[in-house]
Design a protein around this ligand. Structure first.
Ligand SMILES: *[C@@H]1O[C@H](CO)[C@@H](O)[C@H](O)[C@H]1NC(C)=O
Length: 326
């Protein structure tokens, strides 16, 4: 994903021992639909009502270097009680917090890092800082190369090691590949899925930054081309439809291209639901403090049902019921 590297918060690596604050966070929800947003902008976690409609909130990014000068680092820097109360508020609103690993400016394989070692330290971070799991936004393009590079094996080893520390049923693991990585001819994520797909709860698929691809319902959902498979072409390539969450930029400025207005996207999602039973959810890059992301999800959800707000309330009630012991 496009990252704004300019964000720099001074951080110390110091952490507090977790203070018991009521019961431990009840992990986790592992069925779609997932409504996913990435936060690479807000240093302080937004109030739950500012991200109402989403149920997965990704902190961007946990870097392989350990550099904490971003939102994930800022989460680390919160006092333990602030972190706990944020988690509880989100939990009550049906929102789970995950940390997104790597992002567009990290290239762990090319840097020669050991997948197991990186996975172990990231899993430790997850446990230490109380989040519900990891989104693997691996974008080491050079390591994938033309498909024969070491990238896929690295991602497979990483995912296995991560899952060992963060067991299914307790923690979530998503991945955030670009759509072309699922192409039939040598798409590296087809190999990843074959080897460790059962360890991955879902894919936040980036359907953007591919030139003119994915800007109509047809090219997004049904048919694009071999290089840039549409949703149902990815399904045909062997990925279960319920694991594919369609990702789109929130505003035009959030990606190089591939933007679609939220109302158009809502229309595409409604069509996909009607034609293919698609109900996996939607992902957006990225959270903005100016309210544009909240408006985006309202429009997207608004178009997927005749009564948007009652549907949102229903989704929320279901989530709260499933998540909260109180
Ligand atoms: C990575 O580290 C693990 C654990 O120390 C080791 O078993 C493994 O061989 C290493 N992998 C590579 C590719 O060096």
């Amino acid at each position: 994903m496009f990252t704004l590297s300019a964000l720099a918060f001074a951080l110390s690596g110091f952490f507090c021992v977790q203070v018991a604050f009521g019961a431990p966070i009840p992990h986790k929800r592992d069925t779609s639909p997932y409504y996913v947003v990435y936060n690479d902008e807000a240093a302080t976690p937004p109030d739950p009502q500012d991200i109402e409609g989403f149920n997965i909130f990704n902190l961007a990014f946990l870097l392989s270097s350990g550099d904490g000068s971003n939102v994930a680092g800022k989460w680390e820097q919160l006092s333990d009680s602030d972190r706990q109360s944020t988690l509880q508020q989100y939990e009550q609103a049906g929102i789970q917090v995950m940390v997104s690993a790597f992002g567009g400016e990290d290239a762990p394989t090319t840097k020669g890092l050991n997948a197991t070692t990186v996975a172990d330290s990231m899993a430790q971070w997850v446990i230490q800082y109380g989040v519900h799991g990891v989104d693997v936004d691996y974008e080491d393009f050079d390591a994938f190369g033309d498909g024969s590079g070491p990238g896929a094996d690295w991602v497979i080893a990483f995912t296995k090691a991560l899952r060992q520390q963060l067991p299914q049923g307790k923690y979530l693991i998503s991945h955030a590949p670009i759509a072309p990585w699922f192409k039939k001819d040598g798409g590296p994520y087809l190999k990843v899925h074959e080897e460790v797909g059962d360890l991955i709860d879902w894919y936040n698929v980036q359907f953007y930054n591919q030139g003119s691809a994915y800007t109509t319902c047809e090219t997004l959902i049904t048919k694009m081309n071999d290089e840039n498979p549409a949703l149902m072409e990815i399904v045909a390539n062997g990925i279960p439809i319920e694991k594919l969450v369609i990702g789109k930029p929130t505003t035009k400025g959030d990606a190089g291209n591939g933007y679609m207005s939220p109302t158009e996207l809502a229309e595409c999602l409604a069509q996909a639901k009607q034609q293919y039973g698609y109900e996996s959810g939607v992902m957006t890059w990225q959270y903005h403090t100016d309210g544009s992301t909240l408006a985006w999800i309202k429009d997207v959800l608004g178009g997927t049902s005749s009564s948007s707000s009652s549907k949102r309330q229903l989704v929320k009630r279901k989530l709260v019921r499933r998540l909260s012991p109180w």
